[in-house]
Design a binder for this molecule. Structure first.
Ligand SMILES: Cc1cc2nc3c(=O)[nH]c(=O)nc-3n(C[C@H](O)[C@H](O)[C@H](O)COP(=O)(O)OP(=O)(O)OC[C@H]3O[C@@H](n4cnc5c(N)ncnc54)[C@H](O)[C@@H]3O)c2cc1C
Length: 156
């Protein structure tokens, strides 16, 4: 009985294969998904990967439809890195997993906005910065990354 429950838990809550939001490409990592919700969680995952001599790949909404979202090692879903804070200098601090839709809504209710955005709202800040996602403007630099003032990151 325990074995059956154990199998069901692993099968349903810890996906291993994944793809973009479409069915391609198919990624076959060696490890289960991780869902960090803090910077410490991210550090722990990276340190685990170093100790095991494997790789880590963070991704957001998986709206990039190439193998840039794939890893042989540990796949890291950033959906829980979703904090949004207004800073005293009128900048905002956004977790990498915040979607563009949630970020623009957060800014709107505080009388602020991005200068330009990509067309689609269900992509993450991390994914947009990672791919240079952009809108279009004759006046402003049009990428999300060009609007970043400070960036925190974890390297392995
Ligand atoms: C319907 C649709 C409309 C689109 N419209 C536009 C548009 O108008 N303009 C435009 O420029 N693009 C557009 N795109 C492309 C889209 O902006 C990019 O594919 C973007 O990367 C998707 O964000 P994501 O959260 O899905 O990132 P993912 O596809 O999940 O990841 C993209 C890359 O970023 C890396 N990454 C993600 N998060 C992190 C992180 N926290 N740390 C380190 N690396 C990370 C991943 O490893 C991967 O290499 C569109 C895509 C779709 C499907």
């Amino acid at each position: 009985m325990f074995t059956i429950f154990h199998f069901i838990f692993e099968y349903f809550s810890l996906p291993k294969k994944y793809s973009s939001y479409r069915k391609i490409p198919e990624c076959n990592p060696s490890d289960y998904f991780r869902y960090p919700s803090s910077l410490q969680d991210v550090l722990d995952i990276v340190q685990e990967a170093i100790a095991r001599n494997t790789t880590v790949k963070a991704f957001g909404s998986r709206h990039s439809q190439t193998d840039i979202i794939c890893t042989d090692g540990i796949p890291v879903d950033t959906m829980r890195l979703n904090w949004m804070n207004l800073n005293p200098d009128n900048s905002v601090t956004l977790g990498a997993g915040v979607t563009l839709h949630d970020a623009t809504t957060f800014l709107k209710f505080r009388g602020r906005a991005f200068k330009t955005t990509p067309a689609y709202g269900n992509i993450t800040i991390g994914g947009a910065i990672g791919t240079g996602a952009h809108g279009s403007s004759l006046i402003h630099h049009s990428s999300i990354s060009s609007q970043v003032l400070r960036l925190g990151h974890t390297l392995d």
